[in-house]
Every structure is written in C-alpha cells, then in structure tokens.
Design a binder for this molecule. Structure first.
Ligand SMILES: *Cc1c(COP(=O)(O)O)cnc(C)c1O
Length: 227
C-alpha cells in the first residue's frame, strides 16, 4: 500500500464531516454524495483521488474534461458531472461525455440538449442551475422563472429534470439560498439538490443537499481560479 495521500486524507475528513451532519440533521446515512471538483487540477491529483476510491467528479469545461477522462476510461464506476457554464454548441459533446449536466439554464441549451439526446440515444441526468442571488454575472434561471422553465422543459423539450443546482453569492449567508433552492425543488417534485462548496458544504447538508461540490477542501487552494 502506498502511504495515504493528503488528498485521500482530505476526502476521508470531508466524508466523515458529512456523515456527522447527516446524523445530526436526521438525514439517512449516505444521503449526500461528495462530488470532487476536478477543474484545473494536475493529473497526479486526480489519480490520487481515484486511488482513494473517489468516483464522482465535477468538471467546468467540456474540453478539459474530455482530455482528462479519455486517458482514464478504464476506471470503473466513474460518474462525471458538468458543473460549469455550457455553450449550446458544446451540447452534443457534453451529452456524449457526462452522466449528469447540472447547468441547464435556458431554452436554447434545452433545445440543443434535446436534439443531442435524441441523436445519441443517451440521456444524462439534468439539473437546472438557479441564480438564487440574481447576480447579473452568474448563470442560472432567476428564482421567479424557475417554475415556468421546469414546465417548459417537460412540455416543450421532453426533458425531465432531476433537480436543481445553485452557487450562492460569495458575500451572503448561504443558508437562505439553500433553503430557497430546496423550496423550488420541493414544489416541483424534484429530488436532487446540488449545493454547497468547500466553505459552506456542511450548511448545505443541513439544508437538504444531495450533492456537495468540493474543490479546495479536497485538493487545497487553487493557484488560480478558473470558471
Ligand atoms: C470550482 C467550483 C466548485 C468548488 O469550489 P471550492 O470552493 O474549491 O470547493 C464547486 N462548484 C462549482 C460550480 C465550481 O465552479
């Protein structure tokens, strides 16, 4: 056995914190899945996470993800989740590569995804990104438009979203954003909630996250911030 890596240790720590908050919050053990955010990490870091048993990874860019995972196709049980802004002209490649796309946020992208799903006979799970803080620079449907967008997806595009995703404003208390996302999901009968990052994931677990997205908590601080 190789010595336990820092990354393996960080994953173990994060998992045990998540498990503890699941218990305290009265949620079932294993209710929350840890998504390891791979963006801008070197190959060795990804391989250490894989060696530690991590199988669920988040990616921000289609091209970066393609090259990373083309080299690791033999990994069993891998789940790749698109968590970055997706251009409609990359929809086809995204449908081919990802198991989950978390950032569906507009009709033009819905149309492109629906065409790709039809052509490829492959349907990644879809989450809708909601811009809970109504930040102009951030992607996502506005909270007041979420219900109508969900209806449009189902009725006009034959797409059945599985849940919602949000990235709260950096300077605000995240809890209210998590609570808001959960209310929108509940009233639309959606089960999956991707919310919570390294700084606020335990709050997100308390508020009902089913997926937390961890980058720096696993890999350490990024030298530069991407996407
Ligand atoms: C980078 C990123 C994360 C991880 O951020 P950390 O704060 O490093 O955990 C999570 N979600 C999205 C959408 C990201 O772009």
């Amino acid at each position: 056995m190789a010595q336990t890596s820092c990354i393996a240790q960080a994953l173990t720590d994060a998992r045990s914190r998540i498990a503890k908050v699941e218990r305290v919050a009265g949620r079932p053990a294993g209710a929350v899945t840890l998504t390891c955010v791979a963006k801008s990490q070197p190959p060795e870091a990804i391989d250490q996470a894989l060696a530690a048993g991590q199988r669920v990874f988040g990616e921000n860019r289609v091209q970066e993800a393609q090259s990373r995972w083309a080299a690791r196709q033999e990994v069993d049980g891998l789940q790749l989740r698109m968590i970055g802004a997706l251009q409609s002209n990359k929809a086809s490649e995204a449908v081919a590569l990802f198991d989950v796309i978390e950032t569906l946020d507009r009709p033009s992208l819905a149309r492109a995804l629906a065409v790709a799903v039809q052509k490829q006979g492959r349907s990644p799970e879809l989450l809708i990104q909601v811009n809970t803080g109504a930040e102009p620079q951030k992607a996502g449907v506005r909270t007041g438009e979420a219900d109508a967008f969900i209806t449009t997806l189902r009725r006009d595009y034959g797409l059945l979203p599985a849940g919602l995703m949000c990235i709260p404003p950096a300077q605000e208390e995240p809890a209210m954003h998590f609570a808001l996302l959960r209310r929108i999901a509940d009233r639309n009968g959606l089960g999956a909630l991707s919310m919570g990052m390294s700084d606020d994931y335990l709050t997100a677990v308390r508020f009902g996250a089913t997926h937390v997205r961890l980058g720096s908590a696993v890999f350490g601080p990024r030298s530069h911030v991407v996407g």
